[in-house]
Design a protein around this ligand. Sequence first.
Ligand code: FAD
Ligand code: NAD
Length: 906
Amino acid sequence: MKRLGEPVIRTAVGRAMKEMGSQFVLGETIGAAMKRGSKMEEKGFTYSYDMLGEAALTDSDARRYQMAYAKAISEIAGACTSNDIRSNPGISVKLSALFARYERAQHKRVIETLVPRVSALAQLAKSAGMGFNIDAEEADRLQISLDVIEKVLEDPALAGWDGFGVVVQAYGHRAGAVIDWLHQTATRLDRKIMVRLVKGAYWDSEIKRAQVEGLEGFPVFTRKVATDVSYIANAKKLLGLTDRIYPQFATHNAHTAAAILDIAQTSGIDTQAYEFQRLHGMGERLHQIIMDANDTRCRIYAPVGAHRDLLAYLVRRLLENGANSSFVNQIVDESVTPEEVAACPFDALAIDAPHVPTGPELFGARKNSKGLDLTYDPHLDQIETARGAFADTDFTAAPLIAGTPNGGPVVTVKNPSTHAPIGQITWASAEDVETALTSAKAWDATPSERAKVLNRAADLYEENLGLFFALLSREAGKIWLDCMGELREAVDFLRYYASRVEDHTRAPVGLFTCISPWNFPLAIFTGQIAGALSVGNGVLAKPAEQTGLIAHAAVKLLHQAGVPTEVLQLLPGDGATVGAALTSDPRIGGVAFTGSTETAQIIRRAMAANMAPSAPLIAETGGLNAMIVDSTALPEQAVRDIVASSFQSAGQRCSALRCLYVQEDVAEAMTDMLVGAMNELKQDDPWHLHTDLGPVIDDEAFQGIKTYVDAARAEGRIAHELTAPEGGFFIAPTLIRVNGIEDMKREIFGPVLHIATFKAHELDQVIDAINATGYGLTFGLHTRIDDRVQHVCDRMHVGNAYVNRNQIGAIVGSQPFGGEGLSGTGPKAGGPMYMDRFCQAALADRHEEDGTAAPDADKLANLIAQAQSNATLSSSRLPGPTGELNQLSVHPREPFLCIGPGRCGG
Ligand code: FAD
Ligand code: NAD
């Protein structure tokens, strides 16, 4: 690369893309595509043109796509010379290109904005006498796509036009039901529609999404032959509904096509009552033969657009063509016999096949936490009903100790987004802390009994989904997505530590204090406690002042599961009193703390002054987290991940992105897209499904962040900001310009993102600047260069590095979480080394010297050099969903110098 120079490489890559482009793309413009397509038209094929480019992330992109579709329809209109729509070219559109928030959660906006856009295009197509087809996308959009389709079809202006088309994916379990619904809807509205039957192009991502979200099943079939059978069955269904539906069979599989011809012939269906379809660049020979032999119609789906917009489409085609099971792959593979290529899928269905692990099975023997699909109405209804029971509950909570609490101050808890009171909590008094400390006991249950109890608690947490959804929203300001994530993480912690009890044979420390923050009031609270309990400690837990109700609900369930009261005691209260008392008492054997770096330092000093020198402090603290986006990154993917990393949870995650570095060459376009994506965010009461971000936690946080943003505004450094709703502690998403991370003096714990640019040759300087902050929690990188991934990750001192994804939401057991330097003492929560720190330390190997010999300077220098080496001590792959690589590496710490008493030190 260095030798050839970037221009040469760019030219070569450009040429390769052009080659691939012309294989799969008909032309860069509609005009060019129509010209190139004329040869095929002479052979009897027709076309459906598709404008390349994927999901719009901003409204300006969506409008641009809409204009492009409108322009394309006008251009294609010139070629619509027949009165019969079947003989004219058509157009295929993607709804995700026409509205930036084409999602179930934004249902109202989708209906208000997307429906008129689609209707306008459909009317244009109608006036041109051409077919207008809605492509099928991911399964989580199926339901909302049908809502849009229904509304558009209802438009009386479209009456009498037979060109409206819908795509049905046979790999989806709901394919048959969708076809029935389409037929009923067309009948109800007295329309004739076109239905293109495909197998489906998003199989890999459907599998991954369902696994990641812990869903009990998949929305798609997991066996190729099942999809083939579904296709044939649904083809038969469609051929029986030709009164309202013009079936369009899109396949490159000769067996599938032969089955369709056979069904049509044996049912006496006219060859003109349906058509075949193929993709440009695929299935040409097959469809020529079919057409010639059967006098059937065939339409070519022809992507049109610039090569820079090709990537996502190309990836889908390469996945399709590259899969061993794919027909187009098998037919050119000489090791696969013709009998195998054309094997009957019905026969194959009877043979057992490897099982694809579902969400709950992802981690083998350890059950993964159960997720509900927030895009699927039955699951949404389930949550709504469950949490509805607690929508107006006036909660009360108090210390849960092995004794009678006499209680300290009584505090009213308020909803941070409405300020409405939601309950009251009695804090622990100094006497309550003393009672708890006196009665506290380590857990003497056997390891298997402890595991059983923790697993039972996990089940109870899942059973109490409604309670937690309500509390997390009303007390902690969490949106639906975060409630689901938080509950699942808590359950995962319980099951993960339970699954490893037998591996830990060392004695527990004794009593552990667990102090947690408000931003993960259930997950971190539970994770610390479960870690400590799993090896047999007794626990005194102090939740954050702001989120005592959630902690109270959790401890009650842990007790219900079988943790004895004297083994787990809850002491809600203020950090300076209850927290300080629990971290400075010699009866405590260790402290697990998550919160700010400042508090961790106070605790460390209190422990040093009062506890045994060996008492472990497990501190997980804050970060100044950065992300680097270079010029090779995929802009849409990067922006989606930047927005999630900085603004989800209103930026109140320790892992949240604080400082974004974008390579100068792409900074302008990337910033424009980021600003556009920010504009699409919906800030509101998190109780509503449509809310992307809620309030910050309390008035103190609100005032602190507001003052910071006001100062940046006064200095003219605001690159973009939205307007926050009135009423609660809402801070609007804000983008602030900085020269680099060194301009940031502290962690701003809210929806505030800083942005800086860098030149390509400054990459190492950027990494060094990030390292120089002293924090090392999370880091994100977006690049398509493999070597760069390795280089950056090797040089970056950080606990969790994420590549080409967002940098929040670590999964227990898959992405152990924790930082270094000012971000924490380690070990990583949800990782294989966490539980060790709750046990008594093993005796280290000691090298005894009698203390009389003078130190050997060379030997010492050697030892220091060895200790400074940053060589990886071990590296292992951790389990996770299909299509993701999770790697855990262990590096030595910076060298420690221990000077003991002796001739020099004494
Ligand atoms: P085959 O090789 O017989 O089938 C491959 C397909 O089988 C895969 O694509 C997948 O769907 C399925 N499959 C593979 N492995 C498994 C497995 N383990 N378990 C279950 N199923 C499996 N796709 C869309 O999603 N939306 C669209 O709007 C769309 N429009 C299209 C328009 C046209 C004209 C054409 C030709 C295709 C379109 N496609 C669309 C893409 C289409 O989904 C794929 O081309 C099609 O799945 C390939 O099927 P096949 O019969 O040609 O090949
Ligand atoms: P905080 O430090 O103010 O409070 C955390 C906990 O410490 C609370 O329960 C508080 O009552 C208690 N506390 C306060 N003073 C104390 C004292 N003197 N002695 C003992 N306990 C005391 O932090 P916060 O505002 O609740 O949480 C936000 C911070 O937590 C951010 O800095 C964030 O980055 C960090 N955090 C880190 C992680 C991680 O895993 N690294 C996770 C979540 C949050």
